[in-house]
Design a protein around this ligand. Structure first.
Ligand code: C2E
Ligand code: CA
Ligand code: CA
Length: 709
């Protein structure tokens, strides 16, 4: 039996949902079956649909927006990728907004949890509480949680049900109900309360269920806050108290439910979510939470701890040659050996396939960390016997130390990981500490920045042009300008490496202006050679759009070069919708009025809000390469592209598919009605003279010349 569990993490913390129904709606609105507590998510943000399958009992598909097809404002990211619709698999992470996410897990046999090993501190620390369902003594030691107010509009359906049941027939209600007045006198006990808590009548306000209740409650009540909740644990049983303060008669009514089983199920789910099934070790998620906690506790003490990352060399080889079952046995054996080396309080998690992370506490010097790492490497050099195979492995370990290498969870993990890679570079069975190389990096950046500055002056920048092909006529109908940097000694540097730097340093303004002027000059040069006019797209950085004088600069270039603006196209990414949208739309409209064409670049990688498109004065939409890559083999990507194309056409937009590399992709795109194609299948970006040859071969040359100004 498989259980599908969605763990939501939002402002309210973690919540687990066992997915038993066929559909779930998720969003901010209280009508949703799963409410996401964040103002950054849409009212109806996403929908989960169960899909029956032959192989497994069922699985879930998540779609962006409501079941009626209304998309959310900001979309959903699945494992970091924008998706409209996605079939969930175990471990998928769904991001609804920057403060709201969920993890989908498929868990087998909820009742069958691995037994915890009490000698292993890291496991017993996180193991789920054992509640005793049989014996119960209501007078035994107890503890309760702080009282939590529940705003009335947020009352969960279950609270509503509890309250309504009472109104219908308190006497028959199987849940205990107690009524108190403000001085703690019990006014009413229903039969369920009397039979389940016979000591209530005698112990009164001193009964564990009522102790401290008034003290907690009275400072909190006011005319709008009337519902509260707390948990009381008595003798390993957990009771949830829903407390209703009735203002009109000043009576406190308490509905009690035994939530022991539910708590136990939650604890089991939480255990599964935080542990790796193969080794029984905690997982990444656990490490993360554990480090947060550890750092919080240490904040004001001068105590060191280390994060070690251990990776088995060439584990993939073992897996591939001997099979996964042997690989699994080896991982278990490695984890067992390492566990034996842990000290009280240390924690080890399975970080990835063949990677383990260890938090070593209470260390007093870096030498101690070296010793731990060496002991681990040593222990793993002895051969392993896995199902008759004698296996010899080597490992590498990297470590970062709190607080010297970082005081933050992410930093400690990243630095230990980096150190591990440095160790790998050293060779088998090596260990490395993280070495702060910030200075080195910033030096590199500085020299790169200087290089880039000089590139403009030294004519090291070149414009290349990638043809765009019409899918019906097969002709080149447009070009995109792509910048190339040929550095004298460093060779060719790709735009992905220097454009971000240019943006950061502000150099993009000068570079962008240069590209625009160069493009216009080239267009005029081609026209003067008698070639047919062709539209040329220039990539614009958001930074250029923020440049105050960009418009006048553009006008000046067009005047200087005398290029008809109709042949110029500006490519903008969805990022412009991030802020000051109105201002940007005004600017785009001015480009439009000048006769310039506009396109949305890399569509699908950013905002991807199709609804936004109709507000933008654009002519063309360029579908990003990531959707084209698998279009021939992935029905899901094909469906996305089909809907982008049909929506674009309904908005009168021209559609270009980017990154087309195969005939199959061309065929699919043609069948979907895509207008144009750009990609290596036809041409890479080419220097101007090669474009000239292509254009000459293709076309009727135009006799008229336009003289440059
Ligand atoms: P982009 O605007 O998405 O440009 C398309 C990129 O995809 C180009 O990479 C192009 O060479 C590559 N490409 C085209 N067809 C294929 C294909 O079939 N397969 C694959 N794998 N790739 C293909 P490139 O030239 O490296 O440019 C990268 C990015 O740098 C551009 O992405 C653009 O964002 C930026 N960029 C390039 N030139 C400029 C410029 O003049 N100004 C600004 N602001 N950005 C530029
Ligand atoms: Ca582009
Ligand atoms: Ca693009």
């Amino acid at each position: 039996m498989l259980h599908h569990v969605l763990t939501v993490e939002d402002a309210q913390g973690f919540r687990n949902f066992l997915l038993n129904n066929m559909t779930y709606s998720l969003g901010r609105s209280l009508e949703n079956s799963i409410i996401l507590r964040s103002n950054l998510v849409s009212r109806q943000h996403a929908t989960l649909l169960a899909v029956a399958s032959k192989k497994s009992s069922c699985f879930f598909r998540i779609i962006d927006g409501s079941a009626e097809g209304k998309r959310s404002t900001n979309g959903i990211l699945i494992n970091g990728k924008k998706r409209f619709s996605h079939i969930l698999s175990h471990g998928d992470e769904i991001l609804f907004s920057k403060d709201t996410k969920a993890v989908y897990q498929v868990i087998s046999a909820i009742t069958n949890i691995p037994k915890t090993n009490s000698s292993q501190n890291q496991i017993s620390e996180s193991s789920y509480p054992q509640f005793n369902n049989q014996s119960f003594d209501e007078t035994k030691p107890f503890r309760f949680s702080p009282l939590q107010a529940i705003p009335e509009q947020d009352l969960s359906t279950h609270v509503h049900k509890t309250v309504n049941q009472f109104i219908a027939s308190p006497e028959l209600n199987p849940q205990p109900i107690i009524e108190l007045n403000l001085v703690g006198k019990i006014l009413y006990l229903n039969p369920a309360a009397l039979s389940q808590f016979p000591n209530l009548e005698e112990m009164r306000i001193n009964h564990p269920l009522l102790q401290e209740l008034l003290v907690q409650l009275l400072p909190l009540v006011n005319p709008v806050r009337k519902f509260f909740m707390r948990e009381v644990i008595i003798n390993d049983k957990v009771f949830e108290e829903i407390i209703h303060f009735m203002t009109w008669n000043e009576i406190i009514r308490i509905h009690i439910s035994d939530v022991t089983n539910q708590k136990q199920a939650e604890a089991i789910i939480s255990y599964q979510i935080h542990h790796d099934a193969l080794t029984g070790l905690p997982n990444r998620k656990y490490l993360h939470e554990h480090l947060v906690e550890t750092i919080e506790k240490l904040e004001h003490k001068q105590q060191l701890f280390a994060v070690l990352f251990l990776d088995i060399d060439r584990f993939k080889l073992i897996n591939d040659s001997l099979g996964h079952s042997i690989g699994d046995l080896l991982l278990k054996a490695v984890s067992d050996r390492l566990k034996n080396l842990l000290k009280q309080g240390d924690v080890m998690v399975r970080w990835g396939a063949d990677e383990f992370a260890i938090v070593a506490k209470e260390i007093n010097s870096t030498d101690a960390v070296v010793q731990i790492a060496e002991a681990m490497i040593q222990a793993l050099t002895l051969p392993f016997n896995c199902d008759g195979h004698e296996l010899h492995i080597t490992t590498c370990i990297g470590a970062s130390i709190y607080p010297s290498h970082s005081t933050e969870v992410e930093g400690l993990i990243r630095n230990a990981d980096m150190a591990m890679y440095r160790a790998k570079a050293e060779g088998q069975n090596s260990f490395q500490f993280y070495v702060p190389n910030m200075q080195e990096q910033s030096f590199q950046r500085l020299s790169m920045e200087n290089n880039l500055r000089r590139a403009l002056e030294n004519n090291e920048l070149l414009t290349y042009y990638q043809p765009q092909i019409d899918l019906i006529t097969g002709k080149i109908v447009g070009l995109e300008v792509l910048l190339r940097w040929k550095h004298v000694s460093l060779g060719s540097i790709p735009p992905s490496q220097f454009i971000p730097l240019a943006e950061e340093t502000g150099l993009i303004t000068a570079i962008g202006t240069w590209v625009l002027r160069q493009t216009c000059l080239q267009a005029i040069a081609w026209l003067n050679m008698g070639l047919p006019p062709i539209q040329i797209g220039v990539n614009l950085s958001i930074k250029q759009l923020q440049q105050k004088d960009f418009l006048s600069c553009l006008q000046q270039i067009l005047e200087e070069t005398n290029l008809d603006p109709h042949f110029l196209e500006l490519e903008i990414t969805e990022g412009i919708m991030m802020d000051n949208v109105e201002e940007k739309i005004v600017l785009l409209n001015e480009f439009r009025q000048m006769g310039i064409q506009l396109s949305i670049d890399d569509f699908g990688t950013g905002y991807s809000a199709l609804s936004y498109l109709k507000n933008l004065p654009i002519d063309t939409l360029k579908i990003d390469r990531i959707f084209i890559e698998y279009i021939a083999h992935n029905a899901h990507d094909r469906a996305i592209v089909a809907s982008i194309i049909s929506l674009s056409h309904s908005l009168d937009l021209n559609v270009i598919a980017e990154g087309v590399e195969t005939q199959e992709q061309v065929d699919v795109l043609r069948s979907l009605g895509c207008d144009q194609i750009q990609g290596y299948f036809f041409y890479k970006a080419l220097p101007a003279d090669e474009i000239e040859t292509l254009l000459r071969a293709q076309g009727i040359t135009r006799p008229n010349r336009i003289e440059p100004a």
